[in-house]
Design a protein around this ligand. Structure first.
Ligand code: G6P
Length: 612
């Protein structure tokens, strides 16, 4: 979702800002813009991609050592040039970029109109910059103080950067709800929505907390204060991010690179946490809360999108291995339905970005009712881990492709470790089973490696089905969430309508859709309800549906029925989702590429959904 990048220093700001905007493209957006201050303020913005913006600014004055840029994902007002950020004040001297939503923008706007302000866009953001200007003029304050006062008047979420032609040695950033990180270089500072635009310039960063304002002046140290005017000491952290992780590294798309990274990312999720030989599983980040988890009445998993699917796998794992009741909730539904939450509940928030607005709000609610919050997130230092009592990072590394791949397998890996560790402590897993699962889990990265060799075959299958209009994905037990995830991947990036279903539910509706035009992907690996799935395959075959089946190596039964089979290595049923999802990721990827879709930045989607 919206991306923010800003620079103040001795270098020209434009190339740094544009490069930063390219790094933030993965978040998803529909327009882009920059503001630069030399002697005067220049603002350039347009609908479309950052490349369109570069084209637009080709012959323009791009000088200035103070500048900022924005990629916008439309919320208020359609994606067009006028609604793109930056927005400017009435007198054209102050400019702002914003990520988030100002909920009370309407009454503020009406008040400002009465005071003579006119607006050029439909956005909530433009109202905020006019409000800052109005305060500055009426209260005769400097810009930083006007920003502070204005932020006390707004309701909603924001990450903003404000600069003014009148104060060209100053960069102001502030945040509430939406993320913001300040990079500290030598005689230069950066502000961004996440660390990706900053990492090549400095490793020293400060993550702003909610309602903090960063006041950055040339030649001075970074100053942070709250909107209530309390000074704060900046807490400087060192980034662990590496630049190579943000590049495609020879792959055509980030998504393909990330699919291929899975042997390593799964290993990284387990590193230091699992020792099969010694029979040890340990999630260090949870140790202080493990007893509380064991004594919990139930777990409530809250998440969105792909993370919600890994939550479903988590439900199977935790109930199976640790015998703790689990509910899996869409964060957006949970927070608005007056849920029953007690102090004996443990709420697990799963999120790749750690910034998803609905998931954040759900844990805020649960926390206020006394529940213990455990975060399972990928982005280090993001909001959800910071708001949780404890948690485990997935350590999958930066995921740039909007469609989540390696984050899913890493989340499931961490949930598996969690279920095993709790089950061991509770005594709900027999020792031999525990040992067997541990040894098998250690082998998963090499099995993923092996299974990626099916890529060419999957590409061939993709070529035969790329023009299909619908797809059905069916699985049972541990493979049911995988069916949902497979369908989600396909619709996200290829725009083909796809549905995931528990295979047995097919008879209660989706079977009506089956004819010779309908490809049905079965996740039909051995163990679990395999025999039942075989019957479901027969039912589809009898209705002439086209069957693509994911099967365990050496399976001959399904092979004799299906039109195509993709073999995957054998493993324990509990660990199967980590393997069975991978061919589905590849199938979606190849279909999307063949249909000419923008795989890494699918239309209308955002990587981190920071608005509800
Ligand atoms: C967006 C992304 C999905 C992701 C979901 C939840 O919709 O496009 O890939 O699964 O948000 O995001 P999170 O960062 O909380 O896992």
């Amino acid at each position: 979702m919206c991306g923010i990048v800003a620079y103040i220093g001795e270098k020209e700001a434009y190339p740094i800002v544009i490069k930063g905007l390219h790094r933030l493209e993965y978040r998803g957006y529909d327009s882009a813009g920059v503001a630069l201050i030399n002697d005067k303020l220049n603002v350039y913005k347009c609908k479309g991609k950052v490349a369109d913006l570069e084209n637009f600014t080709k012959d323009k004055d791009k000088s200035g050592t103070l500048g900022m840029g924005h990629t916008r994902w439309a919320t208020h007002g359609e994606p067009n040039d006028a609604n793109a950020h930056p927005h400017v004040s009435q007198d054209g001297k102050i400019t702002i970029i914003h990520n988030g939503i100002i909920e009370n923008y309407h009454p503020l706007k009406e008040e400002l109109i009465k005071r003579g302000h006119t607006f050029k866009s439909d956005t909530d953001t433009e109202v905020l910059v006019h409000l800052i200007e109005d305060i500055q003029k009426n209260e005769k304050t400097d810009l930083a103080e006007a920003v502070r006062i204005a932020l006390n008047e707004v309701i909603g979420a924001y990450a903003i950067v404000v600069i003014s032609q009148e104060e060209p040695n100053q960069l102001i950033g502030a945040k509430k709800g939406s993320p913001m990180v300040v990079g500290i270089g030598t005689d230069e500072f950066f502000i961004a929505s996440d660390a990706t635009p900053i990492v090549e310039f400095t490793k020293n960063v400060v993550y702003l907390e909610d309602e903090e304002i960063a006041i950055i002046r040339r030649g001075e140290e970074l100053k942070i204060k709250t909107i209530k005017n309390k000074d704060k000491t900046p807490y400087v952290q060192e980034l662990e991010l590496h630049l190579e992780a943000l590049e495609k590294g020879g792959y055509d798309h980030f998504m393909l690179k990330e699919i291929y990274e899975q042997p390593r990312s799964i290993m990284d999720s387990m590193r230091g946490r699992l020792n099969a030989k010694e029979g040890i599983v340990r999630l260090g980040g949870l140790s202080d809360y493990e007893q509380k988890m064991i004594n919990a009445d139930r777990f409530i998993i809250v998440a969105c999108g792909t993370s919600w699917h890994s939550g479903l796998v988590g439900e199977y794992l935790i109930e199976d291995l640790a015998r703790i009741p689990v509910e899996v909730e869409y964060a957006s539904e949970f927070r608005y339905r007056n849920p029953i939450i007690t102090e004996k509940d443990v709420v697990i928030a799963i999120s790749q970005s750690g910034e998803t607005a609905d998931t954040l709000a759900a844990i805020e609610l649960a926390k206020s009712k006394g529940a213990t919050i455990i975060g399972i997130c990928n982005v280090i230092g993001s909001s959800i881990p910071r708001m949780s009592h404890a948690g485990s990072y997935t350590h999958a590394g930066p995921e740039i492709g909007v469609a989540s791949t390696k984050a899913f397998t890493s989340q499931v890996t961490v949930l598996t470790l969690m279920a095993l560790s709790l089950g061991r402590k509770k005594g709900t897993i027999p020792e031999s089973r525990f040992r067997q699962l541990l040894s098998e889990l250690e082998l998963i990265p090499s099995k993923v490696e092996k299974l990626l060799k099916a890529n060419d075959q999957i590409e061939y299958i993709a070529s035969l089905f790329k023009d299909s209009r619908n797809f059905l994905y069916l699985g049972r037990g541990y493979n049911f969430p995988v069916a949902l995830e497979g369908a989600l991947k396909l619709k996200e990036i290829s725009y083909i309508h796809a549905e995931g279903y528990p295979a047995a539910e097919m008879k209660h509706g989706p079977i009506a859709l089956i004819d010779e035009e309908m490809p049905v992907v079965f996740i039909a690996t051995k163990k679990g309800a395999y025999e039942k799935v075989v019957s479901n395959i027969q039912e589809v075959k009898a209705r002439k549906g086209k069957i693509i089946a994911i099967v365990t190596e050496g399976d001959t039964t399904v092979k004799s029925m299906a039109d195509f089979v993709i073999e995957i290595p054998e493993t324990e049923e509990e660990l199967m989702p980590i393997l069975s999802v991978i061919p589905l990721q590849l199938l979606s990827y190849h279909i999307a590429v063949m249909r000419g879709c923008n795989v890494d930045q699918p239309r209308n989607l955002a990587k981190a959904v920071t608005v509800e």
